[in-house]
Each structure stands twice: as structure tokens, then as C-alpha cells.
Design a protein around this ligand. Structure first.
Ligand code: SOE
Length: 391
């Protein structure tokens, strides 16, 4: 069984999630496609990197990502840093011949994402962008039903991603509220997960018509570099800095295959936590998913008997996608960690079997084009056609 030496660049929330997935993947999926070995972790200082190595189980640590990218013993570079460093690290890693998994969104804009996609293509390395939610078994089951024709031709996709961690104006001005680091706000951070669902389940988006809003124009400046996702509040009299990204967006969609739809995302919706949903209507049925009830796919089929027609719940388990590796009884409970474990399983499989994995840097680039178009549409108040936006 091939051993893969992993170097993780970054050690925050996603560093934790990805480290867990390397440790857990062979425990779930056996025989594993390969054994991930946690070789080196990088954080901003040697002290933090040392602590991260201890906590997340890496053999080595450093604060110099360039040294790691050049290390011939490393097979996979895992990028879990804020968005403004994704391109520089990924392009260097591709040039050094490393396979790359990069957190979402791939880049701050389409131009940057295109350079990353060009770099991995030229280098011939495997690449993945970590839109993990499509690997929730219930979402993969929706995809299977759609491919089997169970809901027929798709008419409509309605997606939401609602959170509330930034609804409090004292949630500090982390990098997620700064355009130069994040690229955009709720759009890039969470809206991209729904855009990934839309492309995965329905098909390519052809036009968007959007609106964006920034509800909290200034926030307390964050004194430490660590992003606590609003769980630690700034003092209300602390110096404030400007938020120059969207807090919320809504967009109408037209798909190339004729379907229509909408996506909305906000981090200012009190009471919503990880309210990532889609409802899809087809000519022969409907599907509904909400990540807050992630073991469940709601289905309604037009040819169900009329006296029992209506949404019913399928609890995912061994009979469903990835069921062979997960828990032996439906509804034992899929978590965020499992979606990340499945992600790493599929990524290593693609390397071992030399196949294309999705979502990859091409998908990340197409999603970045859609994000740019959403921002342009909101600014100009017009429909924006995506074909003309490919860079
Ligand atoms: C913050 O909104 C965030 O951590 C996103 O960045 C993740 O992608 C999402 O899955 C959870 O929420």
C-alpha cells in the first residue's frame, strides 16, 4: 500500500479538519487507496508550528512553507491558509511536482484561479478543491437519483447557506471581512459551497442576476491572527476597521440545460448555524437536503401512490454512497469530519488510480468566474452572461 507524505500549510480550523481526515481515512475505508503520513506542518511562527505538530500529529514543523514545497520527500501539499496565499503556494507546489489539495474558495477571483488551474495542468499533478459538502452521503445520493433519472429533467434549484456567526457587530474584523485577503465575503466563504452543489447536481450555470449587501460596515479590529469565527467578541469601544466585502448575497440563476434557480447566503441570519440546503424540482419528483440534518435526504417522486405522495425521509447508511466505509446502521450520524475523510479518500484514490477527481482546480476556477459575475451583476444591476467571463 503506497504511503503518501503530507505537508499541511496552515494549522487553524481547516488544519484540524484535514489532519483528522488523514488520521481517520484508513480506519473508515479499508483497504485504503494509500496511507497518508502526517510528515510536516507549517504555521506562521516556529512556536505555533511546533504546537500544531504536537496537537495534530506531524513528525516535523516549520514556519517556512517554501522549504516544505521544495522537500523531495513530500508527495501532497495541503493548503489550509487564508485565501490570499492559495495561489502563490499552489503554483510553487505544482512547479515542484506535488499533488495539491486546497481549501475553498480556490482563489480571490477568476484571474488568480485560472493561473492556479494552468499551473497544475502544466505540471500534470493531481488537484482538488475542498468543497467537502458534496461528499455528504445524502448529497451524493441526490446526485445518484438525478443520474438515474428518478426526478426527470430538472426544472429548478434553490440553494441557501445561512449562518449567524457574524450577525453580532462585535464579531471581530477577521481576514474573512477583508477583500484583499478573502476576495469576497459570504459569497466566497459559504456561497461557493452552494454554487458547487448547483454545478454538481444540475449543471453549468450560464447567467446570474444578483444583489449583495454589507450589513455591518465596520467591525472591531482583531488583535490576534487567529480566526475564531465570531466566537470571541471584540470590545465595542475597540478601534474599528472597514468591512469591504458582502455580508449577504442573493442571485437568480439560469443553467445551460434550461433549468432556473436561485442561491442566497448570509452569515447574519440569527438562529441559523450551518443551514446549507438545496431543493431541486424535476419533472418527475423533488429532492430536499439540509446539512443541519445531514443524514437525511427528503424525496418525493411523482409516481408514488397518490394517497401517500409527499416528502419522505431516506436516512443514509450502508446502502448509500460511501456506505461501505462509514457506519453500519443508517442515522448513526455523519459529521463534518466524515465529509473530510471521504474527501481525502477520493483524492488519494484519484492519485493511485490516475483519474480526475472533482471538484478540482478547474471547478474552483469556474466557481470563481461565477463569483466575479455575481459581484459584477450586483454592482451594475444587470444579468451577467458567464461565457463572456471565462478568462
Ligand atoms: C465560515 O463561514 C465557515 O467556516 C466556512 O469557511 C466553511 O467553508 C464552512 O463549511 C463552515 O463555515
Amino acid at each position: 500500500m503506497k504511503k503518501f507524505n503530507i505537508a499541511m500549510i496552515g494549522a487553524g480550523f481547516m488544519g484540524k479538519a484535514h489532519s483528522l481526515s488523514y488520521a481517520g481515512m484508513p480506519m473508515f475505508f479499508w483497504p485504503a487507496p494509500g496511507i497518508p503520513y502526517r510528515k510536516t506542518i507549517v504555521d506562521v511562527t516556529e512556536e505555533l508550528a511546533k504546537e500544531a505538530a504536537q496537537r495534530f500529529g506531524y513528525e516535523n514543523y516549520t514556519s517556512d512553507w517554501r522549504k516544505v514545497v521544495e522537500d523531495p520527500s513530500i508527495d501532497i501539499i495541503d493548503i489550509v491558509t487564508p485565501n490570499d496565499s492559495h495561489a502563490e503556494i499552489a503554483i510553487a507546489a505544482a512547479k515542484a511536482g506535488k499533488h495539491i489539495i486546497c481549501e475553498k474558495p480556490l482563489a480571490r477571483n477568476a484571474e488568480e484561479a485560472k493561473k492556479m488551474w494552468d499551473a497544475v495542468r502544466e505540471a500534470g499533478v493531481k488537484h482538488m478543491v475542498a468543497f467537502n459538502y458534496r461528499r455528504t452521503p445524502a448529497v451524493a445520493l441526490a446526485k445518484k437519483y438525478i443520474e438515474e433519472g428518478k426526478i426527470g429533467k430538472i426544472l429548478n434549484f434553490r440553494g441557501t447557506y445561512l449562518q449567524d456567526w457574524s450577525a453580532d457587530p462585535n464579531s471581530p474584523l477577521s481576514w474573512r471581512f477583508q477583500k484583499k485577503v478573502a476576495g469576497s465575503g459570504a459569497l466566497g466563504d459559504i456561497g461557493t459551497h452552494v454554487i458547487d452543489f448547483a454545478r454538481y447536481l444540475v449543471g453549468e450555470i450560464s447567467e446570474v442576476m444578483a444583489i449583495t449587501k454589507t450589513w455591518v460596515p465596520e467591525r472591531p479590529i482583531q488583535t490576534s491572527g487567529v480566526d475564531k469565527l465570531g466566537t470571541i467578541k471584540g470590545e465595542s469601544d475597540a478601534p474599528k476597521g472597514v468591512v469591504d466585502v458582502d455580508d449577504e448575497f442573493s442571485t437568480l440563476l439560469k443553467f445551460e440545460n434550461g433549468a432556473i434557480g436561485s442561491i442566497e447566503a448570509t452569515r447574519n441570519a440569527w438562529g441559523r448555524n450551518n443551514f446549507l440546503t438545496f431543493e431541486i424540482h424535476g419533472e418527475k419528483g423533488s429532492l430536499y437536503f439540509n446539512y443541519e440534518r445531514r443524514d437525511e435526504l427528503q424525496v418525493c417522486f411523482a409516481d408514488d401512490p397518490s394517497d401517500s405522495k409527499g416528502f419522505r425521509t431516506v436516512y443514509t447508511g450502508p446502502a448509500h454512497p460511501y456506505g461501505e466505509g462509514l457506519w453500519p446502521i443508517p442515522a448513526l450520524g455523519i459529521g463534518y469530519g466524515e465529509t473530510k475523510i471521504i474527501e481525502i479518500y477520493d483524492f488519494l484514490k484519484s492519485i493511485v488510480e490516475d483519474t480526475e477527481v472533482s471538484p478540482n482546480f478547474y471547478d474552483g476556477y469556474r466557481i470563481a468566474v461565477i463569483c466575479d459575475a455575481i459581484l459584477e451583476s450586483a454592482e451594475k444591476g444587470v444579468w451577467v452572461n458567464l461565457d463572456k467571463k471565462l478568462v
